[in-house]
Design a binder for this molecule. Structure first.
Ligand SMILES: [Zn+2]
Length: 286
């Protein structure tokens, strides 16, 4: 029997997204007009009429919850997954700079990476990922906003993943490890935590310190939030996420037709194996 759908422990409460939304509105109001003009953030977002802005914490919460529910219904946790982080050259916006990053999920490098994965012609390949950034400070001094990618990939070996991501002309040269691939643990919680981290809220401030290795994250302060809003720029919900084998259409997630039968079959077989206890044979008692 399928377990009940549950959100991970650290999932943002609905109420906090409303508070963060109000903070965004206040920061936008005070931004210089040329910057403000580029971001049409709907002033209202309520039940029955959501604003569907990719910058809206409430709509992003709904989107994240919908994705995790889809993953639960399709038993994606029963597959083996790799969690991947990729740092791309020239994707860091300096502190104090309000420039718009440009196309998010439609960035040429993301398209190139997805194309390389598709060329593997692996019918069991599923990939979901997101582009995001974080406002970093070091001993309270702002140091920049590195845009980067997180992905979850099933149906490709670590070697194949490295091969697809190793685009030397694109990878960060300033980072010691521009590609980081880690196998996700096999429990349901391991999967949900990693999936929720891959497609997360857009606004974070990370405080690094010379005194500690701990890098706490929080909702950004006023100044940081203004920059991040402007760096992300206006986009619709789902404007940062990309997939192979999954699609998001008419506000619903589903498998694409070509992976649906292969994956559904595989997951159903796995579920049956788990549900059916092994017969007690003479051999097994020896
Ligand atoms: Zn909204």
């Amino acid at each position: 029997m399928m377990t009940k759908f549950q959100l991970p422990n650290m999932f943002e409460p609905f109420k906090s997204t409303k508070i963060d939304r109000r903070k965004i509105k206040r920061v936008l109001r005070d931004l210089p007009l040329p910057i403000k003009k580029e971001i049409d953030f709907p002033s209202r977002c309520h039940k029955g009429q959501r604003c569907l802005s990719g910058l809206c914490p409430t709509c992003m919460r709904n989107f994240r919850r919908k994705f995790l529910r889809f993953a639960h219904q399709e038993r994606l946790a029963s597959l083996r997954w790799s969690f991947v982080t990729v740092l791309i050259d020239g994707w860091t916006i300096k502190a104090g700079v309000y420039d718009n990053f440009g196309p998010l999920k439609d960035h040429a490098i993301i398209k190139q990476i997805l194309q390389r994965f598709r060329r593997l012609q692996q019918p069991r390949l599923i990939l979901f990922g997101s582009i995001e950034t974080v406002y970093q400070t070091f001993d309270s001094d702002p140091i920049g906003k590195p845009f980067h990618l997180h992905m979850m990939i099933s149906g490709a070996s670590k070697k194949a993943i490295h091969k697809c991501l190793n685009v030397p002309e694109s990878l960060s040269t300033t980072s010691a490890i521009p590609i980081h691939v880690k196998l996700v643990g096999s429990t349901y919680d391991d999967f949900v935590r990693a999936a929720s981290y891959t497609i997360k809220q857009p606004f974070w401030e990370q405080r690094k310190s010379s005194k500690s290795k701990f890098k706490p994250r929080r909702f950004p302060t006023r100044l940081a939030l203004g920059e991040l809003l402007s760096n992300y720029g206006q986009h619709h919900i789902g404007g940062r996420t990309f997939y192979i084998g999954i699609r998001y259409q008419h506000s619903q997630f589903s498998f694409t037709d070509n992976v649906k039968s292969v994956i559904t079959d595989k997951i159903a077989k796995k579920a049956k194996l788990i549900a059916t206890p092994l017969p007690k044979t003479t051999a097994s008692r020896e």
